[in-house]
Design a protein around this ligand. Structure first.
Ligand code: HEM
Length: 328
């Protein structure tokens, strides 16, 4: 018997995939490239494979309500399905890796609509054009003869795409987060918020941890096992909830909403549009078979024209289709 979440995700993937069918070919290549780099792990996501499910509550603020008419900001506490994850397609990746952490979210809104998000612990992405995704990943596949990526191929890709190095630089300059709830998570792509008086504004959001940003010291890193994040969160939540502020940054006319490799200046107006409280861990069955589609948006939130954002559902659908078939 398949879970209602599984059937829901399958239906959603069929619906969202339809308009993207034409664009799906290069995205099949993207998912193939992830399998080449990380190996094929039956039943697992092709990236952000390692993860856990949690339960939370999202509550919108009056500032959020002023910016978007989405009922997510009504002020009513809304149950949130949450998935935390570790970057890459290896389900046994070390929690100490200086890779991305993910925070995915599904909110069932009072008007019957759904808002899904998949956020990362870096402010920028590594490609601005989805066509660069597969070449970026393939350039990092180790050569079987040396166990390392071909240096010439890597250099050529990096020279042609200097913007693709920003995310890696951000991550390399910081130790891994000490907890899933002590790092900020960015939505990275821009979206449009439509206000109750129908004003459209480009925004970007991030979840800012109330515990502050805490990263592993060298000493902690040496002592902790590779799988410490799940136990850390379990023990932390046994003492009390962990929370994030949902910060929304508003673009100015000169800010590009269609380039995920560039942040907007820090001085841009920011508002706290909501709060996410994580109160317990949840069974793997609650979120592992869900497809967090970043274009599942409620009335009041619209996609930007960022080609990376628009490509995501097709890629996620392909990965979801493969992992679902492997679970049969
Ligand atoms: C063309 C660009 C991109 C491609 C090809 C891509 C590809 C993928 C794939 C194949 C998955 C696995 C989906 C699944 O099996 O459910 C995934 C998951 C994920 N991606 Fe992307 N992605 C892209 C852009 C982004 C961006 C810009 C972000 C920034 C926030 C992001 C954040 C995530 C997160 C957090 C997950 C885990 C979702 C979950 O918990 O289920 N991705 N991505």
């Amino acid at each position: 018997m398949k879970s209602p979440q599984y059937i829901g995700s399958l239906l959603l993937s069929l619906i969202v995939m339809q308009p993207f069918a034409l664009a799906a070919q290069p995205l099949t290549e993207s998912v193939d490239a992830l399998e080449l780099l990380f190996g094929k792990h039956a039943g697992m996501r092709r990236t952000q494979a390692k993860g856990l499910c949690a339960n939370g509550i999202f509550t919108g603020t009056a500032e959020g309500r002023a910016l978007s008419k989405a009922t997510a900001f009504s002020g009513a506490p809304l149950p949130a399905m949450v998935r935390f994850s570790v970057g890459g397609g290896n389900p046994r990746a070390s929690d100490k890796s200086r890779s991305t952490r993910g925070l995915s979210l599904k909110l069932d809104l009072p008007d019957g609509s759904v808002w899904m998000q998949a956020n990362l612990s870096a402010p920028v992405y590594f490609v601005k054009d989805p066509a660069d995704f597969a070449p970026f990943v393939r350039a990092r596949v180790p050569d079987p003869a040396t166990g390392k990526p071909d240096p010439e191929r890597l250099k050529a890709f990096n020279l042609a795409h200097p913007e693709s190095l920003r995310q890696g630089k951000y991550l390399a300059e910081r130790a891994a987060p000490a907890s899933y709830v002590t790092t900020p998570y960015w939505g990275v792509n821009a979206f449009v918020f439509r206000s109750p008086d129908n004003q459209r504004r480009f925004v970007r959001w991030r979840f800012e941890p109330d515990a502050g940003e805490q990263r592993l010291s060298d000493e902690q890193g040496a002592k902790l096992p590779d799988n410490f994040l799940a136990d850390e969160l379990r023990q932390r939540l046994a003492k009390g909830p962990a929370s994030f502020r949902f910060q929304v940054q508003l673009a100015e006319a000169e800010d590009d909403p269609n380039d995920a490799t560039q942040s907007w200046p820090d001085q841009r107006r920011q508002v706290t549009a909501g709060r996410l409280v994580i109160h317990s861990l949840a069974e793997a069955s609650s979120c592992e078979q869900v497809f967090f589609n970043p274009l599942a948006l409620p009335d009041g939130i619209e996609p930007s024209s960022d080609p990376v954002l628009l490509a995501r559902p097709a890629a996620y659908g392909i990965s979801f289709g493969r992992r679902a078939a492997e679970r049969q």
